[in-house]
Design a protein around this ligand. Structure first.
Ligand SMILES: *Cc1c(COP(=O)(O)O)cnc(C)c1O
Length: 468
C-alpha cells in the first residue's frame, strides 16, 4: 500500500492526509481553462464569478453515464435553486436535462428559457395559486407537498377530461441526521400512502411520481439505498392496496461535490465518495426488480453537477497583523500552557479581500479551497481571509495556510458554483460580474456587475421627499 503510493504523490502529500501537517508550499491556481487568473480580473473586474463550461459539461456527462450505464431509464432535472443563471440552465438543457423548480420565480424563468411545461418538475412547499393554475394549464409535473396543496390542486383540476400527472413528495428516514421532515408527506405513519390513495381515487389526477429529497452534501451512498428501498416499498403498497403502479421514482438531489465542511480533513477527493457509489446504491435496488416492473428513475442533482464549475476570484485589498499577546509560560498552568501552544496555531496574519459572505453565503458551512494565483517563494503561515463587509462575521476562511500575500494579489475561491450566486445578496455593495469560459477557453461576460441604477431601479421616492 505504502510502496504503491510512492512516486504517485508529491512531497506535500502528507499534508493532504494529515490535518496537523503543514507543507513547504501552498499550491497556486494560475489559470482557469487556459485563462490566467490575473488577466480575467484585469479584463472583467474584481471580485468576479467564473464558470467553466468544460467542467460543468464534464460533471453532467459523467453523472449521466454513471447512472445510465447501470440503469438506462434514468433522467435528470436541473435544480434551478442550486444555480439558475440562464447560461448554466441552458448548458444543462443541451445535455438533456429538464427543469426542476421550487417557486413562481423559477417556474417563470424556466418557461422564459424555453422549457416546455411538460419539461418542468415543480417542487417546493409553497406554490402560489396563480402559478399553480399556469403550471396545470401547461402540463408541468407538480410534486405535491402537503394536504392543503392537494386540496387546492383538486379544486383547480375538477372536471378535467384528461387526468393531470402529479407526484407526491415523501419524507422518510434514510439513516442520516437530521431527517428533513419539513417537506412532503410522512412515510412512516402512513400519511404518504393516504395521500397517494386519495390521488388514485381522483379521476382528475394520475399519480406519476414518488419523490423524496433527503438532504444536501450527503456523504453516505447507503442513505440513497435506504431511500430507494423505502420508496419502492411505498410503491408496492400503493400497487397492492390501491391497484395503481406508480411509474416514476424521483430521488431528488443531495450528491456531494468535491468540497469540504469546516473541520473536515481533506483532500475532498479522498473524503467524498465518487458518483458511481451513489449510482450503485440506487440502481442495485432497482435492478433487482423484474425488468417490466422497473420504474423510471429521475434525479435532481444540483450541487454535484455545478459546484466545481464555479470559482470566485477576489483581490487582496489590505493586510493586517493579528498582534496576539503571549502570556509568559511561568505564570500558566501546564494545561493552559499547552492550550496556548495550540492557540499559537491561530492566524498570524489576516487579509481583507474585496469579496465576502455577501457573495459566499455558504462559507458558513463549507471550507473553500483558497489559492494564490502566482508562485510565491515563501513558506505558508496560518492566515485569515476577511471579506469586505462591515460585519465581524464576514470571514471567508478563519484559518488557511497561505504564503505572504500582497495588495492586489488575486485569490481563487473554489468550489463555489452551487448556491452562492443565487444566495448572494446586495448588501452595501454591488454584486459582481459573472463570466462563462466556453469549451474553447474563451471567456464571455454572462452578467455585468451591478450599477446603482440596477440596484435601485424598483425604488420609488415619494415626491415630497425629493431633494429639490
Ligand atoms: C435543493 C433541491 C435539489 C438539489 O439539491 P442539491 O443538494 O443541490 O443536489 C433537488 N431537489 C429538491 C426538491 C431540492 O429542494
Amino acid at each position: 500500500m505504502i510502496s504503491g503510493e510512492l512516486g504517485s504523490n508529491n512531497p506535500n502529500a502528507a499534508v493532504d492526509r494529515n490535518y496537523y501537517a503543514r507543507g513547504m508550499h501552498v499550491p497556486a491556481l494560475f489559470e482557469i481553462d487556459g485563462n490566467p487568473i490575473p488577466a480575467l480580473v484585469a479584463e472583467f473586474g474584481s471580485p468576479l464569478f467564473v464558470f467553466s463550461e468544460h467542467t460543468l459539461r464534464n460533471k453532467a456527462r459523467h453523472a449521466r453515464e454513471a447512472f445510465k450505464r447501470r440503469y438506462p431509464k434514468t433522467s435528470f432535472a436541473w435544480s434551478f435553486k442550486t444555480n439558475s443563471l440562464n447560461s448554466i440552465c441552458c448548458i444543462l438543457r443541451q445535455e438533456g436535462w429538464i427543469a426542476e423548480v421550487v417557486s413562481d420565480f423559477e417556474y417563470e424563468k424556466a418557461r422564459a428559457l424555453g422549457f416546455a411545461g411538460s419539461e418542468i418538475v415543480f417542487n417546493g412547499p409553497y406554490k402560489p395559486r396563480h402559478i399553480l393554475e399556469r403550471a396545470i394549464e401547461e402540463g408541468a409535473l407538480l410534486h405535491i407537498d402537503n394536504w392543503d396543496e392537494l386540496n387546492l390542486i383538486e379544486e383547480l383540476t375538477k372536471g378535467r377530461k384528461q387526468p393531470l400527472d402529479v407526484g407526491i413528495r415523501v419524507w422518510l428516514d434514510a439513516g442520516i441526521r437530521p431527517v428533513w421532515s419539513k417537506f412532503g408527506f410522512a412515510l412512516a405513519n402512513g400519511e404518504a400512502e393516504r395521500a397517494a390513495a386519495r390521488i388514485v381515487k381522483n379521476p382528475g389526477l394520475r399519480l406519476h411520481t414518488l419523490h423524496t429529497h433527503i438532504g444536501t452534501y450527503i456523504l453516505a451512498p447507503e442513505a440513497y439505498r435506504n431511500a430507494t428501498q423505502k420508496l419502492l416499498a411505498l410503491r408496492d403498497a400503493i400497487h397492492e392496496h390501491h391497484h395503481h403502479l406508480v411509474e416514476c421514482l424521483d430521488l431528488g438531489g443531495g450528491f456531494p461535490s468535491n468540497s469540504l465542511l469546516h473541520g473536515m480533513a481533506g483532500p475532498a477527493e479522498q473524503v467524498v465518495p465518487p458518483i458511481e457509489a451513489y449510482a450503485d446504491a440506487i440502481t442495485e435496488v432497482l435492478n433487482r426488480l423484474p425488468e417490466k416492473k422497473r420504474p423510471l428513475l429521475r434525479l435532481e442533482s444540483g450541487r454535484h453537477i455545478v459546484d466545481e464549475a464555479g470559482y470566485l476570484l477576489t483581490s487582496i485589498v489590505a493586510v493586517k497583523g493579528m498582534h496576539r499577546s503571549r502570556v509568559e509560560a511561568e505564570s500558566l498552568s501546564a494545561r493552559d500552557y499547552k492550550e496556548q501552544l495550540i492557540l499559537g496555531e491561530d492566524p498570524k496574519v489576516s487579509y481583507i479581500a474585496d469579496a465576502g459572505i455577501n457573495l459566499l453565503y455558504t462559507a458558513a458551512w463549507y471550507r473553500f479551497d483558497v489559492r494564490p494565483s502566482r508562485l510565491i517563494a515563501a513558506a505558508p503561515v496560518p492566515s485569515r481571509i476577511y471579506g469586505s463587509l462591515c460585519m465581524a462575521i464576514d470571514v471567508i476562511r478563519e484559518q488557511v495556510d497561505l504564503p505572504p500575500l500582497e495588495i492586489g494579489d488575486v485569490l481563487s475561491v473554489h468550489p463555489v458554483g452551487a448556491y452562492n450566486v443565487g444566495q448572494s445578496m446586495q448588501f452595501i455593495a454591488y454584486r459582481p460580474a459573472i463570466v462563462l469560459i466556453d469549451e474553447n477557453g474563451m471567456p464571455e461576460l454572462i452578467k455585468p456587475a451591478e450599477s446603482l441604477d440596477d440596484v435601485q431601479r424598483l425604488e420609488r421616492l415619494p415626491a415630497r421627499l425629493a431633494v429639490t
